[in-house]
Structure formats: structure tokens, C-alpha cells
Design a protein around this ligand. Structure first.
Ligand code: ZN
Length: 184
């Protein structure tokens, strides 16, 4: 009994997380890698969700996933929004408590709790920024890049200590928009 209960609640968690990802217009591939559900099951979930709620169909995302770390440092506005998202992720416990040691596995495998924390961070971000520039797919990309640490990293503003997203090889001392403008 115990085992099937566990299996049931694990399945429940998978479905809940997949639904949250669907609401944020995540790609099927992203949902698959975070929940372990098959593509077929995700498609059925899309259908049953929209049949049941009568919600206007969320446009199925098409095209390529975001692949450029430079997107987040392209403009002062994007830098600010990326910093806000990273701060929300950090506050909501999305980042692992410490960098995972290299296990030799291709992906360390993020848990359901982290997936839910990302959804909560994204929902808070959308409430705070009325004209948001960063999609949920971009947040997933940002989160993975920060965890890999090969292109982007978290840093603290040298002036006020605010959390910032910077390019890994950035040479200048990191400064937030406000502290940067005080220097000029
Ligand atoms: Zn600052």
C-alpha cells in the first residue's frame, strides 16, 4: 500500500507541475524534462485542461527555445528584470542550497520543489512587472545557465549588495542600475 501511495502522490506532483508549466506556456520539451511525463501524456493534459476549464487556449509555443545568455544582459531593462527574477528565485528557494558536486550525470536533475518555486517566482515577477520582457521559457533557460555557471553567474552589486545576473567573464565590478548611475 505504502509504495503505491507514494507512487500516486509522485504522479500527482508531476501532473500539478506540468499544469503550472502549461499555464506559463512552457514548451512540451521543457515540461517533459522537468516532470518526466511522456509527450503523449502532456498533449492529453493540454487538451483535458482546456476542455475542463473552458479557458482560452494558451498558444502552444513554437520555434526555438531561448539559447542566448546575452539576452539577459542586452539592455538595462532586461538586466533589471533578470536581477528581479533571480532574487525571487533565490527568496523562494529555487536554487539548490549549495552547488552540487559534479556527479558525472548529464543533468543533476532538479526536483519538483524547485519546479514549483520557479512557477511561484515567475508569477510574482508577472505581478510586479506589468509589461514583462522575460518569458517563462527564458526563466528556465536563465535558471539552468545560472546553475551551470558557464555563461552567467549571480553577483552582488558593489554599491548596495543587490543580487545581479552578470556574464561569467564580466570584467567590470558589477553594479546595479541605480548605483551605476550614481557613479556617472
Ligand atoms: Zn546597487
Amino acid at each position: 500500500m505504502r509504495i503505491s501511495d507514494d507512487r500516486y502522490s509522485r504522479d500527482r506532483l508531476r501532473l500539478d507541475l506540468a499544469l503550472r508549466f502549461i499555464q506559463h506556456e512552457a514548451r512540451t520539451r521543457t515540461i517533459r524534462s522537468w516532470t518526466g511525463l511522456t509527450e503523449d501524456r502532456i498533449r492529453k493534459l493540454y487538451r483535458s485542461y482546456f476542455d475542463r476549464t473552458g479557458a482560452a487556449a494558451v498558444p502552444r509555443p513554437r520555434g526555438r527555445s531561448p539559447q542566448q545568455a546575452s539576452f539577459f544582459t542586452r539592455s538595462p531593462r532586461l538586466k533589471q528584470e533578470a536581477a528581479l527574477l533571480a532574487s525571487l528565485c533565490s527568496l523562494l528557494g529555487a536554487f539548490p542550497p549549495r552547488r552540487l558536486p559534479r556527479t558525472g550525470l548529464a543533468h543533476p536533475g532538479f526536483g519538483f520543489a524547485q519546479g514549483l518555486a520557479l512557477c511561484e517566482a515567475y508569477e510574482a515577477y508577472r505581478m510586479l512587472i506589468s509589461a514583462a520582457h522575460i518569458s517563462f521559457e527564458h526563466l528556465i533557460y536563465l535558471f539552468s545557465a545560472l546553475n551551470r555557471g558557464d555563461e552567467l553567474r549571480l553577483a552582488n552589486c558593489a554599491g548596495c549588495g543587490a543580487l545581479l545576473v552578470v556574464e561569467r567573464m564580466a570584467l567590470r565590478e558589477p553594479r546595479c542600475l541605480q548605483c551605476g548611475s550614481l557613479d556617472e
